[in-house]
Design a binder for this molecule. Structure first.
Ligand SMILES: [Zn+2]
Ligand SMILES: [Zn+2]
Length: 297
């Protein structure tokens, strides 16, 4: 929880978490409030609702989503596809082993999950070396992302990024920098921020705005699966000009986005980065649409 040393700090947090009802005014010269008192005081006075389940927040100063909602997010657990990060069926015989898994025990365990590739990645190996995500784009996780993206609850990015750090620890270890998937400038202007950049800022690596989106593409979720790849093909290029062009030659890049639908957007970004000399491109997202893809087995 943020440090509260004065009433000014408290008001700053209330605004950041969007806990203040519209039109409320706070007197300027009020005595400091001890941090421990702040939560119960605000909970009693404002009865601020959780941005997901609408239950009254017990600890509004810790964020606009309640602890029950955060705890109910179910992460994708091993076995997962080495390339795209989708869950794999648990039957060992249905796995397609890759180089690393050959010679390993066929019995999966949490400590040493069988690695392999899903059928989709065997047919079409992605330009992304490895992709990881918190969980499936569904339920509470989807609602948290909607609150961040469409309700402007930017403070949620920090907690979501903490979950991304846990799921993508190996990628963060290997990467040299993080590159947020850019929005087209018109969409970023109307939203006021890029949610991918908000997440990228909390991952502990240098953030490089290496890419720009040159076309105002339609949202991937609006399109049929076969049109998504065409929708974003060639939609990204390296940022040029002022203050200087990012140099990503020989750099290991970790792409960051909020949601991966089919992976086509990340794929298009990875091609642009590889084209400019990036040595490896990984991807870390908050959520991923996975359910239909399991039908490929
Ligand atoms: Zn809740
Ligand atoms: Zn895969």
């Amino acid at each position: 929880m943020a440090q509260i040393n004065s009433f000014k700090d408290l008001v700053a947090i209330l605004f950041a978490e969007q806990l203040l009802p519209a039109g409320i005014s706070i007197p300027a010269n009020v005595a400091p409030i001890p941090g421990g008192v702040g939560n119960s005081l605000i909970a009693a006075l404002l009865a601020a609702p959780c941005a997901v389940c609408q239950a009254v927040l017990d600890e509004p100063l810790t964020g606009c989503v309640c602890q029950t909602c955060w705890a109910s997010i179910r992460p994708i657990t091993p076995p997962i596809c080495d390339a795209c990060g989708d869950p794999l069926p648990r039957q060992p015989q249905s796995l397609i082993p890759n180089r690393q898994s050959l010679g390993q025990s066929p019995i999966p365990s949490p400590q040493s999950p069988i690695s392999g590739l899903c059928a989709q990645c065997v047919r079409h190996r992605p330009a992304i070396e490895r992709a990881r995500t918190i969980g499936e784009y569904d339920g509470v996780l989807r609602d948290v992302i909607h609150a961040l993206k469409y309700d402007g609850r930017r403070s949620l990015a920090r907690r979501l990024a903490a979950l991304m750090r846990a799921r993508g620890a190996d990628l963060l270890e290997e990467a040299d920098c993080v590159v947020p998937v850019p929005l087209h400038w018109r969409r970023e202007y109307s939203r006021g921020f890029n949610q991918a950049r908000e997440l990228a800022c909390h991952l502990g690596l240098p953030v490089v705005d290496a890419l720009v989106r040159r076309r105002h593409t339609r949202a991937q979720v609006e399109l049929a699966a076969d049109r998504r790849r065409a929708n974003v093909a060639g939609a990204f290029r390296l940022r040029r000009g002022w203050p200087r062009e990012p140099n990503i030659r020989g750099i290991r890049v970790l792409l960051i986005d909020d949601v991966s639908t089919t992976g086509a957007t990340l794929e298009s970004c990875a091609r642009a980065l590889h084209g400019c000399g990036a040595s490896e491109v990984f991807a870390l997202t908050a959520a991923r649409v996975v359910s239909r893809r399991l039908g490929h087995f």
